[in-house]
Design a protein around this ligand. Structure first.
Ligand code: FAD
Ligand code: NAD
Length: 160
């Protein structure tokens, strides 16, 4: 099967956009990811999927911790920065939550410690146990068919 067909099909699944961050002795690191999911309520677990070519992979493997920053509609540039899509380097003033760097202005920041790692094909799935959460108001950044979008609320339908 062609990679393009697979990507086009997966791209039909509209998602939010996150920047997953971590910290080592040399400083803070981040990577844009839409492969993020809530896994369990009791205990509170989430999963992120990191490609084996991403430099970010070894950082999480070493730190055993990560934070998920759910981006707002105003943070398209942040998504592009942490996907390596911008030419110029941008200096980020991270805040901190449970000892992890978080992006100011994100809709939700979720700090986690890695409790399991699963190598599946060319990605590794990191299961994170939630340590702390911060929430902010705003609208989400959406990724659909390879493009950034904004959310539109549909008209209310009368129910019985
Ligand atoms: P690097 O080149 O090391 O880092 C990426 C960029 O982040 C660089 O430009 C770097 O300057 C910047 N950066 C990192 N840390 C800092 C810092 N402290 N301060 C300032 N800038 C910093 N890949 C996946 O594996 N899983 C996914 O779920 C996923 N989803 C994606 C969703 C979208 C919408 C997009 C656009 C990309 C997605 N990717 C995903 C691809 C992934 O974001 C890129 O391949 C990324 O560049 C790989 O990370 P890296 O660690 O190799 O990159
Ligand atoms: P695209 O058409 O490549 O992405 C559409 C969808 O395909 C994504 O939402 C994702 O579900 C899937 N996908 C794309 N690349 C994948 C990969 N390497 N592994 C698993 N699933 C993948 O959109 P685009 O605008 O061309 O993406 C920009 C860049 O970000 C590309 O290099 C793409 O590979 C990468 N990306 C990677 C992932 C991922 O690794 N999970 C997810 C999204 C985007």
């Amino acid at each position: 099967m062609e990679d393009r067909l697979f990507r086009d099909a997966m791209g039909k699944f509209a998602t939010g956009v996150t920047v997953v961050t971590t910290k080592l002795e040399d400083g803070s690191h981040g990577m844009t990811a839409n492969a993020f999911m809530s896994v369990s309520l009791d205990p509170k677990l989430v999963v992120v999927s990191v490609g084996h070519k991403a430099r970010f992979l070894s950082k999480v493997q070493e730190s055993k911790k990560f934070a998920v920053n759910i981006l707002s509609a105003e943070q398209k540039e942040m998504s592009m920065v942490f996907a390596g899509q911008l030419k110029d380097e941008v200096e980020i003033n991270f805040e901190e939550l449970a000892g992890l760097p978080i992006l100011p202005g994100a809709l939700a920041q979720v700090s986690c410690e890695v409790v399991s790692e699963y190598v599946e094909g060319d990605h590794t799935l990191f299961i994170g146990k939630v340590l702390d959460i911060k929430l902010n108001d705003g609208e989400p950044l959406i990724f659909f068919a390879g493009k950034y979008r904004e959310l539109v609320e549909l008209e209310q339908v009368k129910t019985i």
